[in-house]
Design a protein around this ligand. Structure first.
Ligand SMILES: CC(C)(COP(=O)(O)OP(=O)(O)OC[C@H]1O[C@@H](n2cnc3c(N)ncnc32)[C@H](O)[C@@H]1OP(=O)(O)O)[C@@H](O)C(=O)NCCC(=O)NCCS
Length: 173
């Protein structure tokens, strides 16, 4: 469910007017609430600000966000990965619906993968719901390949159909 966010909903339609091109910057715990808002709008089960605060403060997590710059620190999207040895897994990626389809998901992911590769990560994994066409287009375009399928992994709640999960991999070497 999308939580009530009056200032957000008033602010977003106008961001195109005074913001330049969003730039990719590192995200930290101060971005938890913006990331939680975007996540709640993008996914059926949103993660709360507390969950984002914990993840963004975790030293094993690499996080980037699309910064809209002035007049206030605002975020148009984010991506988070957890590192373990020379592998990493993308935990979540989302772009605010008002900024989708403009190449920003690609810009965010390319920057993120570049930073992970620069810190010695060789393998990057993620999980995506089969049928999430925008996400699959983003990942396939970025060089990810399917390595496994988990039948009926998502859904299955009351009146909810089960949906497969795809595990994708990208070699960063
Ligand atoms: C997936 C998501 C991050 C993509 O962000 P975006 O900024 O719209 O992506 P881009 O504009 O950079 O487009 C990336 C690719 O997806 C394609 N695409 C974008 N929207 C699409 C749509 N609605 N249907 C099909 N393809 C689409 C683009 O054509 C582009 O492909 P190309 O590089 O081959 O031309 C965004 O749709 C989103 O936040 N979705 C909700 C959250 C989500 O599902 N996250 C992924 C969970 S695993």
């Amino acid at each position: 469910m999308v939580p009530p966010m009056p200032w957000y909903d008033i602010y977003w339609p106008w961001t195109w007017w005074f913001a330049g091109d969003p730039v990719v910057v590192s995200a930290d715990a101060g971005d938890a609430s913006d990331c939680a808002d975007i996540h709640a709008r993008a996914f059926r089960r949103g993660w709360g600000p507390d969950e984002f605060e914990r993840l963004l403060a975790d030293r094993a997590v690499t996080a980037h966000r699309l910064d809209l710059g002035r007049p206030m620190r605002a975020t148009a999207g984010f991506v988070l990965s957890r590192r373990a040895a020379d592998e990493a897994e993308i935990l979540s990626v989302a772009v605010h619906e008002g900024w989708r389809g403009k190449g920003l998901g690609r810009k965010l992911l390319d920057h993120h993968m570049g930073r992970l590769a620069a810190t010695g990560i060789k393998s990057l994994f993620l999980e995506v719901e089969a049928g999430n066409d925008p996400a699959l287009a983003l990942y396939r375009g970025a060089g990810f390949r399917e390595v496994a399928r988990r039948p009926g992994y998502y859904g299955g709640g009351k009146g909810e159909p089960k949906r497969d999960a795809l595990v994708l991999h990208r070699d960063l070497r």
